[in-house]
Design a protein. Structure first.
Length: 568
C-alpha cells in the first residue's frame, strides 16, 4: 500500500524520531535510579551505618538524575522540532489543497488547524508517554523479581488502568469531537459577523447577531463542559487509583517484610517502580483530548490530501495569443446538482471584445469562472490559443487571463501589493503601468499614502468605485492577453466608466481580447460581439448591433446609450 503524504513527511524526520526513542531508552533506564537508591539505602546504608556509602550513593544519584534531566530536556527539544518540521513541510501543500477543495466543493473547513494540532502534539509531554509505555512491562517484570505477589498486584493495577483507557476512548470520542466542531462553528460565525460588521450595523442586526452568536457559543461551551467533565472524571479516577495502588503495594510489601520474604528496601523500591510503570498510562488518560484531536487532525488531513492530489508538473507553454475557444462547455457549480451552463460554444479572436448579457442567474458569472480556470467544465473544452486551460499551471494561467470579479475583494496589504497580486518580486514600474492602464493612477496618488495606502478585505476607507478600479488594475497587471470583467462598471461613476472603456481599447490595441459580463448598456460600448445567455444556454451570438437589434425589444433606447465611438 502506498504511503500517505503525512507518513512520508513524518518519515523525513525518521532520524530525529529514532533519536527521541533512543533518549527515551536511557531516560527510562535512569528512572530505575530512585528505586535502586532506596533499595541500597534501606538494605545497605541503614544496615551498615556507613556514612561514606551514603555520600557516595547520593553523589552518584545526583549525577544520574542530572543526566536524566538533560536527556529529557533534549528529547523535548528534538520532539518540538519534529512537529515544527512536519508543519513547515506541509503548510503550503495543505493550504493549497484546502483552496482547491473549497473551489471544488464550496467547503469552508480549515485544515490548517488540523496541521497545528499535530504540531502541538509533538510539542506536548503526552508524546513521551507513548515512548515510555513500552517500558511498563519491563518495570513490572522487575517488580516480579522482588516478589511474585507484588508483580501480580502491579499487573492487576495496570490492567484496571488499561481498561479505563479503553473506556475513556469509547465514551469520550464523540463528545470531544462534538465539542471541537461546535467551537469551530462558533469561531466561524464570529468571523462572519466581524467581516460583515458594516452590513450588520447598517441593517440594525447587532442585537440579533450577538444573540445568535451567544447561542452558538453557549452550545459550544455546554459541549466543552460535558466533554471536560467526562474526560476529567477518567483522569481523576486514574490518578487517585494510581495513588491507591501504590499504597496497596506498600501495604502488601509491609506484610511480606513482616513475613520475612522481602526487605524493607524492596518494599519501597517496588512502590516507586509501580508509580513509574503506570505513569505513562495515566498521562495518556489525562491528555486524551490532545491525543484525540491529533488523531482527528491526522485523519482529516489524510482525507484532504487524498482527495486533492498534488498537481502534475506541466510543460511551460509560451505566452499564448488572445484566441479563446469554448467548445460545448457545461458547468455544474461546486455543491450543486444542476448545471448553470449547458453546451456553451463561441470563439473570440485577438483584438475583439465580447459582451455577455442575460438576466440574473442566466450563467454569466459561471462563464467568467470557467474562462479563468476557477471552475472546470464537466463536459466540453475551453481553449486558449489551442491549449485547454488545464494545460497551463494555475499561476501561469492567471498571468495570461486577467480577472475582475463581480465582488472585488482586496487583501490586507498595501494598494501596490494588491495590484501586484501580492508578488514580492513585482517591479514598481509594472504596478504603476497597470494602474495607468486601468485609469486608477491619479486616483491612487490622491490618497494620503498613495500606493503605500494600507487596505483590508472590506477596502478600508475606499469607496466601491475605488475598489473596483484597483481590482481592474490588478486584473491588468503584467498585461494579460485575455481580460474577463464581471460587471466591471457596477460601482463606477462616469469618469470611472470612461477609464474602463479606455482600458478596454488599450487591451484591444495590443492584440488582447476582453470579455465583459454586463447589465448596463453602457458597458457594451466597446464590444464587437455580443453573447446572450438564457437559462444557462446560448440564445444568440454574433456582431453586437446585429444581435441587439434582433434580440432586444428596446434596441433604440439601448443604442442611444452606447457611445458613438463604439461603432454603431
Amino acid at each position: 500500500m502506498q504511503k500517505s503524504e503525512l507518513k512520508k513527511e513524518l518519515g523525513r524526520n525518521r532520524g530525529l524520531l529514532l533519536s527521541v526513542g533512543l533518549f527515551s531508552v536511557f531516560v527510562n533506564i535512569l528512572m530505575l535510579t530512585g528505586p535502586i537508591f532506596m533499595l541500597q539505602v534501606y538494605d545497605r546504608v541503614l544496615g551498615s551505618g556507613s556514612e561514606e556509602t551514603l555520600l557516595a550513593l547520593f553523589l552518584l544519584v545526583g549525577t544520574l538524575y542530572t543526566i536524566m534531566g538533560l536527556l529529557d530536556y533534549i528529547r523535548g527539544r528534538v520532539s518540538a522540532r519534529i512537529g515544527a518540521s512536519f508543519q513547515a513541510g506541509l503548510d503550503n501543500r495543505v493550504f493549497g489543497a484546502q483552496i482547491n477543495r473549497s473551489l471544488q466543493t464550496n467547503s469552508q473547513l480549515s485544515n490548517l488547524a488540523d496541521l497545528e494540532a499535530i504540531q502541538r502534539f509533538f510539542s506536548s509531554p503526552v508524546i513521551f508517554a507513548f515512548f515510555d509505555i513500552p517500558w511498563t512491562p519491563i518495570f513490572i517484570a522487575v517488580i516480579f523479581v522482588f516478589h511474585p505477589w507484588l508483580g501480580w498486584a502491579a499487573i492487576a493495577g495496570a490492567s484496571v488502568l488499561i481498561i479505563v483507557t479503553i473506556l475513556n476512548q469509547l465514551l469520550t470520542k464523540r463528545l470531544v469531537l462534538d465539542a471541537n466542531r461546535a467551537s469551530a462553528e462558533g469561531h466561524a460565525f464570529s468571523e462572519d459577523i466581524r467581516s460583515h460588521r458594516e452590513l450588520v450595523r447598517g441593517l440594525g442586526m447587532t442585537e440579533s447577531a450577538l444573540q445568535k452568536w451567544q447561542d452558538v457559543r453557549n452550545n459550544a461551551l455546554a459541549k466543552q463542559i460535558l466533554s471536560s467533565d467526562r474526560t476529567g472524571g477518567f483522569s481523576a479516577f486514574s490518578k487517585s487509583f494510581r495513588f491507591f495502588l501504590q499504597s496497596t503495594m506498600l501495604a502488601l510489601g509491609a506484610y511480606l517484610v513482616l513475613q520475612g520474604e522481602i526487605t524493607a528496601g524492596a518494599m519501597i523500591a517496588a512502590s516507586i517502580m509501580l508509580g513509574r510503570a503506570l505513569s505513562p498510562i495515566e498521562q495518556v488518560i489525562g491528555q486524551w483530548p490532545v491525543v484525540l484531536r491529533t488523531r482527528q487532525g491526522w485523519n482529516s488531513l489524510n482525507e484532504l490530501l487524498a482527495a486533492v492530489p498534488r498537481p502534475p508538473t506541466l510543460t511551460a507553454l509560451p505566452k499564448p495569443r488572445a484566441l479563446l475557444e469554448v467548445e460545448r462547455a457545461s458547468v455544474v457549480p461546486p455543491g450543486a446538482k444542476e448545471p448553470t451552463l449547458k453546451a456553451i460554444s463561441f470563439k473570440l479572436e485577438p483584438g475583439q471584445v465580447l459582451g455577455v448579457i442575460g438576466q440574473s442567474a442566466s450563467g454569466k458569472s459561471s462563464l467568467a469562472r470557467i474562462l479563468t480556470g476557477i471552475w472546470r467544465p464537466v463536459s466540453g473544452k475551453v481553449r486558449l490559443d489551442g491549449a485547454t486551460l488545464d494545460q497551463f499551471e494555475s499561476d501561469s494561467l492567471g498571468q495570461h487571463i486577467g480577472y475582475l470579479p463581480q465582488d472585488v475583494t482586496l487583501f490586507s496589504a498595501s494598494i501596490a501589493d494588491n495590484i501586484a497580486r501580492l508578488s514580492p518580486d513585482a517591479g514598481s514600474e509594472d504596478i504603476v503601468a497597470a494602474a495607468k492602464m486601468a485609469g486608477a493612477h491619479e486616483m491612487i496618488l490622491q490618497l494620503a499614502d498613495g500606493y503605500n495606502t494600507m487596505v483590508n478585505a472590506q477596502g478600508g476607507t475606499l469607496s466601491g468605485g475605488q475598489k473596483q478600479r484597483i481590482g481592474l488594475a490588478r486584473a491588468m497587471f503584467l498585461e494579460p492577453v485575455i481580460l474577463v470583467l464581471d460587471e466591471p462598471n457596477s460601482n463606477l461613476d462616469s469618469p470611472g466608466t470612461l477609464a474602463l472603456n479606455t482600458a478596454i481599447r488599450t487591451i484591444k490595441s495590443t492584440g488582447g481580447a476582453v470579455i465583459i459580463m454586463a447589465h448596463r448598456p453602457a458597458a457594451l460600448a466597446e464590444c464587437d460581439l455580443v453573447l446572450i445567455l438564457e437559462n444557462g444556454a446560448v440564445k444568440a451570438f454574433g456582431p453586437r448591433d446585429t444581435i441587439l437589434k434582433a434580440q432586444v425589444k428596446n434596441y433604440a433606447k439601448v443604442a442611444g446609450q452606447i457611445h458613438p465611438e463604439a461603432g454603431k
